[in-house]
Write a protein that binds this ligand. Structure first.
Ligand code: ADP
Ligand code: MG
Length: 729
């Protein structure tokens, strides 16, 4: 039996670039061919059904059964022409993945043949068994049914001959069991709240939608090498591995030329993305070796998130054709950068105004400041909820690692806007001299567009940064469903805008001029939310100290972060804004904790198995080689000579034994802690035990294994090394 690692390396060496040809040289020829888009709708629907469906998409109107039947018939004809045989409701359960249950279009008919059948009720609703998905105790034992219901705002698409219909997923009793249901509610809440605020400036505004551009980072690794690393296969990350002599220290990967094998993969998956109407735009190398990024152009948030979920599936599928495995884990390798998913967020009116883009007139600029400052205030008030919304066992390894944003939430707005907000905060004279107020307001606000244009300073270390015409939430993990973060962000902003309007209206009632009322409230908000604004280096030690003085939280573990999902402040926020009931939040809290426990448990098992079955045997083999060598030396040389010649080997033999002992003892102690943790009743206690008692062993065990890796004969090491995983392509 040969060394698995060498076999894997041989196989990897044989992997050649796989060239694929897109359907046409022009993307516009095939973009969106596999989605039921406007063109398809027009072709397959009656005019009445087309208009009704569009109304439902744009205004959220309900679709009658008659229309649903027509849409179903149209969808089916369209899908069958494209070669589809099956359909499925496509939804986003709390596993974080997407789920599908395929049904065939064809039904047996009376004459012993089959007919293609798909009607309105198949389109609008399906009943997958909810008990197989995380539900946090919501499902009662008598009623395991869950319902999926059609979301007409996200177009149906075809993958692998299956028509996929985006849906929400709720329990029999109406609780949300997915990400989409609350996301749609949060988007709706911010829409309503923002429209009301926009009416201070423009009565014409009828709709405010959320724009979201998602930058997806990922690693690629050769499949043969991946398959030879059980830790990567089972947990998505390497649990040990000594640093490669070269990794990212030369900064030579970022924006570097993309390797040939990789570029063929990227082109292939971009073609697939275009077919599904995903507007993929940017592709480049990231900071770490074998790390890349892909970013579609921003879209309406619900669609952007569906597209991101789809993109992750697509990448994985296409990568197989190129003998790559996509790693979406937040921290697949220790010691080099992990992966995140920047969420670029802004609000846009039906009148074509980006509310986070400074306008051309002082009035529009005041509106811009209203949305900017309210967002900052919302982040200040609910920083802990935002932190909780990005928490996971895997993101814990990234947040605060001096590469990703820290676990401390703060907002960066740049030097010029800081000046303006400071000026608003310290402005005092307006009551006495109203004219002066107007002048000051103009002075502060009129110049913003010009100022921002040359305001190129960017703070890459901030978790929540204003970048010219949008906020960029950078703490979201690369494997996450962005809906979790977007539910939180849109809800807190909606909530804040409602509050703002109430306060301004109260002042207007007291006969304060509208602009002055707005200014007064903004001034107060600038003052209150000042501690959340930070322009410096978020990775520095000083910031950790400074943040503490400012009273900002620094929540370093997921179980602690999750607690904020059920804090009174969170529960009443979601309840007040009709996003989640308390029961739903409590269920989600439990699901997150259970998931956390399972993740750490799986990793701990893999760690133990590999240490005992791979590492220790390899170390002993090498030690035996050394012992054999010593025996030979002893035969050959005189005792004084031998003492000198054997010195190094003896030392190594002892060191190996010490590492073996450390590994064995710590694996055993870790197993004991797991046993204790598993006996605890409450999942809250269990997650705490896994976090505080089990997890700390990882570092000790890893440290010893990594030392062994650089000591023992390369030929005896059976797991692909970092330099191979990271540089092979
Ligand atoms: P970066 O320099 O951060 O990479 P880019 O300009 O490349 O910024 O944009 C990153 C993402 O932000 C893209 O998906 C882009 O479409 C999106 N984006 C740009 N403008 C907006 C906006 N107003 N609202 C939301 N997303 C936006
Ligand atoms: Mg960015």
């Amino acid at each position: 039996m040969g060394n698995l690692r060498f076999k894997a390396l041989e196989r990897a060496l044989a992997h050649q670039p796989v060239k694929t040809t897109p359907p046409s040289d022009k993307v516009s020829d095939y973009f969106g061919n596999m989605i039921f888009n406007h063109t398809a709708m027009q072709q397959y629907l009656s005019r009445e059904a087309f208009l009704k469906l569009n109304e439902a998409i744009e205004k959220g109107n309900k679709i009658e059964r008659k229309i649903a039947d027509q849409v179903a018939a149209a969808l089916k004809s369209w899908a069958v022409t494209k070669g589809s045989t099956h359909y499925t409701h496509w939804f986003q359960p709390l596993t974080g993945n997407t789920a599908e249950k395929h049904d065939a279009f064809s039904q047996p008919s009376d004459n012993g043949r089959a007919i293609e059948d798909f009607n309105g009720s198949n389109l609008v609703q399906q009943e997958p068994d909810a008990s197989s998905f995380p539900n946090g105790g919501i499902r009662n034992t008598f009623e395991a049914r869950g319902y999926t219901a059609w979301d007409p705002t996200s177009p149906a698409f075809i993958i692998d001959k299956t028509l996929c219909i985006p849906t929400v997923f709720v329990s029999y009793t109406g609780e949300a069991l997915d990400y989409k249901t609350p996301l749609l509610k949060a988007i709706d809440a911010v829409d309503k709240a923002a429209i009301a605020v926009c009416h201070y400036f423009d009565e014409q505004v009828e709709k405010v939608s959320v724009s979201l551009g998602i930058e997806q980072e990922y690693f690629l690794v050769d499949t043969a090498l991946y398959n030879a690393r059980p830790d990567l296969m089972l947990s998505g990350r390497t649990l040990f591995g000594h640093a490669s002599a070269k990794d990212q220290q030369l900064d030579d990967n970022y924006f570097g030329s993309i390797p040939e094998r990789v570029i063929h993969f990227m082109k292939d998956f971009e073609t697939e993305a275009y077919l599904l109407g995903i507007p993929v735009k940017t592709r480049h190398n990231e900071v770490a070796p074998n790390q890349f990024e892909c970013a579609p152009i921003f879209e309406e948030a619900n669609l952007a998130i569906d597209h991101n979920q789809l993109l992750m599936d697509l990448m994985d599928k296409v990568a197989k054709r190129h003998n790559f495995k996509v790693l979406l884990h937040e921290k697949p390798y220790a010691g080099i950068n992990g992966s995140g998913k920047h969420n670029n967020w802004s609000l846009r009116t039906n009148t074509g105004i980006n509310l986070l883009s400074p306008g051309k007139t002082p009035e529009l600029n005041l509106q811009f400041l209203v949305f900017l400052i309210n967002t900052i205030k919302a982040v200040y008030d609910y920083a802990d909820l935002l932190r909780a919304s990005v928490a996971s066992a895997s993101n814990d390894l990234r947040l605060g690692g001096n590469e990703a944003p820290p676990a401390i939430m703060s907002v960066f707005i740049g030097a010029q806007l800081t000046k303006i907000l400071d000026a608003i905060e310290s402005f005092t004279e307006k009551k006495e001299i109203p004219n002066n107020f107007k002048k000051q307001l103009d002075l502060n606000i009129e110049k913003i567009p010009e100022i921002l244009q040359d305001n190129t300073d960017r703070n890459r270390t901030s978790p929540f940064a204003f970048t010219g015409n949008k906020f960029e939430f950078r703490a979201v993990g690369s494997s996450a469903n962005c809906a979790a973060a977007m539910i939180a962000l849109n809800t807190i902003v909606a909530n804040q805008l409602v509050r703002f309007k109430t306060e301004v209206d109260a002042l207007i009632k007291k006969h304060v001029n509208k602009e002055e009322a707005i200014f007064d409230v903004l001034k107060e908000y600038c003052k209150i939310s000042r501690p959340i604004r930070f322009e410096g280096n978020n990775y520095s030690e000083e910031w950790i100290k400074e943040a503490k003085i400012r009273g900002l939280s620094n929540i370093t573990s997921a179980p602690k972060a999750f607690k904020n999902l059920i804090s009174e402040s969170t529960l009443s926020l979601f309840e007040k804004n009709n996003i989640f009931t308390r029961r739903e939040m409590e269920a989600r809290y439990e699901i997150h904790l259970e998931n956390y426990v399972k993740k750490i448990q799986i990793e701990a098992r893999i760690m133990g198995d590999l240490a005992v079955n791979h590492i220790i045997p390899a170390a002993i083999k090498y030690q035996n080689l050394l012992i054999h060598n010593l025996k030979g030396l002893k035969e050959l040389f005189a005792p004084t000579e031998y003492d000198k010649l054997s010195e190094n080997n003896k030392k190594t033999i002892v060191e190996i034994s010490e590492h073996i002992r450390e590994i064995a003892n710590n694996v055993e102690a870790m197993i004991e802690e797991r046993k204790i943790a598993n006996k605890t009743e409450s999942v809250e206690e269990k997650s705490k035990a896994y976090n505080e008692k089990v997890l700390p062993f990882f570092e000790i065990i890893r440290d010893n294994i990594d030392k062994l890796e650089i000591m023992i004969d390369d030929e005896l090491w059976s797991l692909p090394k970092y330099r191979e995983l990271l540089f092979f392509r």
